[in-house]
Design a protein around this ligand. Sequence first.
Ligand code: ZN
Length: 199
Amino acid sequence: MARADYPEPVRALILELKKLPGVGPRSAERMAVWMIQHKRRNPQELANALEYADENVTLCVTCGFFSTQEGCSVCDDHTRDENLVCVVEQPTDVLPMERSGAFRGYYHCLGGKLSPLDNVTPADLKIGQLLKRVEKLDGVEVILALSSDVEGEATANYLAEVLAGKNCDVTRIAQGLPAGGGLEHADELTLMRALQGRR
Ligand code: ZN
């Protein structure tokens, strides 16, 4: 006797859900079963939301933050201080900075950090774009807000080096951000202190 399992479409759905970050086999199964049992509304709404986000969300060509066809909510905000550009690793790092309320300038998302072990070189990050931006923004302060692990440090050192010849001030936020976690997990007070303590 063959042991019964879910029909193939359900197994395919479980397989897809398992690819999502933080979703293990049991949660994937629970979600898939819930979806097929609540067929009326939810799966189609989820599919629509996925398609909507996929078609409409892109990365801003100027700063690398999430943007839509309508533009980037940071770059389009002309009330910000144009003399401040905060360099972060990922677009997700912008949100805790914004929530902390401690920063009112613009951002530049590198798209990662230098890591020889993972073959991430300066050419893989948006460093060329940063240099071009700094050249245009005469006398800007570039604040490096990278993670405090080895790769974050190496990236900050590299940027300080390539920015040294440009007409800008380079500062770094004070230590105290969780190593390896990037800015994502830093709480707002820590961020505020880190920004105020930049040097
Ligand atoms: Zn932008």
